[in-house]
Design a protein around this ligand. Structure first.
Ligand code: GLA
Length: 380
């Protein structure tokens, strides 16, 4: 079966429902985070890669706001006064509100959306949508908006309007990624380094959907704030947990009660692992990178307590069958496991892991691969 690209889908839906072609067509990618989980709201580094799978927004001039997605093909009247939680429209309303505050909104717009980024799979379908919307709508208003502004708009839409206590990793990679590169983003300093990476990344979807508005991420973020306060009571003077060095860790872990000592240990060790992973990536050391992924997964499972049985199973099976490494990616509590596989073994490993998963959980997990894609762009 040949897949119709989301660009074609968004354009033909637009023509069908609004009677003419769109004025702007923009796409932005989902992402897979190689390493650096939950560090972005703790001042630490992250190492995401943009997916080749993208979300496309088609938009045209209008006096009012109407939007439709290929998901359900339902035309909706949209207003910045009416937040619609639990639907993709929430992200549109969020972006409209933020653009309105910044004076960047068009008067109205006709919008269609199509995407090949799986939803609820920890692959940041939401930032792909908000970044593409921010670029499409400012384009419609006749403005050329720099990526830094798109990141701010998309982040404020999700954080302040939709209400997810996210960091800035997803919006940043959706806006700034370069094809053939991972992006090392030091969230404390704002430093960005594009690290060449031409390997394949395999994604094993657990099939357990986690919607971030569900609250676990918000709860972890609060726990990290409490942990920071407790560290300060121990005489540590830092602005963020990720600034705490590995050498301080044993004393602090002894001093803090659970679960705060565990959250602290995850953030400090993950910060160290992510920087080492960026060096392994630059050196082309897949075996070392793989080991760091597995350590990262163990830290999520035991210390951050954000994994799930399906993800633990996939990581263990992939490594046992010969993966360099694997780990849960994204916020967690479901979503997808990424795996780095030696090319000569990849077909066998995928088949064996899928079959074992089917025997254990009674269904086949979706598995696919990507290389590093590029950030937000206009489509022809
Ligand atoms: C979600 C958030 C990100 C980041 C990850 C966990 O994807 O949107 O900002 O915190 O979870 O690493």
């Amino acid at each position: 079966m040949t897949q119709v690209s989301p660009g074609r889908q968004a354009t033909s839906l637009f023509q069908e429902r609004f009677g003419s072609g769109p004025a702007v067509l923009v796409s932005a990618p989902g992402r897979v985070n190689l390493l650096g989980e939950h560090t972005d709201y703790n001042g630490g580094p992250v190492l995401p890669v943009a997916l080749e799978r993208r979300t496309v927004v088609a938009a045209g001039h209008a006096d009012r706001w109407r939007a439709i997605s290929t998901l359900d093909e339902m035309m909706r009247e949209v207003s910045p006064e009416r937040m619609e939680h639990g639907s993709w429209i929430a992200y549109l309303v969020g972006v409209m509100r933020v653009l309105g505050r910044k004076g960047l909104n068009p008067r109205g717009a006709s919008v269609t959306v199509a995407s090949s980024v799986p939803i609820g799979a920890g692959l940041s379908s939401s930032a792909a949508l908000t970044v593409a919307l921010a670029r499409a709508l400012t384009g419609l208003a006749g403005r050329k908006t720099p990526p830094e502004v798109l990141i701010d708009v998309a982040w404020e839409a999700e954080h302040d309007e939709v209400g997810v206590a996210c960091g800035r990793m997803d919006q940043t990679v959706a806006a700034l990624a370069r094809p053939g590169h991972a992006l090392l983003f030091e969230t404390g300093s704002g430093g960005i380094t594009h690290v060449p990476y031409d390997g394949k990344i395999w994604l094993f979807q657990t099939g357990v959907s986690h919607r971030l508005t569900g609250g676990q991420l918000n709860l972890r973020r609060k726990e990290c704030e409490v942990a920071l306060g407790l560290c300060r009571e121990q005489g540590i003077t830092v602005h963020a947990l990720a600034e705490i060095g590995m050498e301080e860790l044993p004393r602090l872990v002894r001093a803090l009660p659970v679960p705060w000592s565990q959250r602290l240990r995850h953030i400090v060790t993950e910060t160290d692992r992510t920087r080492r992973a960026a060096r392994a990536l630059a050196a082309g050391d897949s075996a070392q990178l793989g080991r760091l992924l597995v350590e990262g997964h163990e830290s999520l499972r035991l210390d951050y307590q954000s994994s799930c049985a399906e993800a633990d199973f996939l990581v263990e099976a992939a490594v046992r069958h010969g993966a360099w490494g694997a780990r849960l990616t994204g916020a967690g509590w479901g979503g997808a496991v990424l795996a780095l596989l030696p090319p000569e073994k990849e077909a066998r490993i995928v088949a064996e892991v899928q079959e074992e998963f089917r025997r254990q959980f009674g269904r086949m997990p979706e598995v696919w691969a990507t290389r590093a894609g590029g950030g937000v762009r206009s489509e022809k």
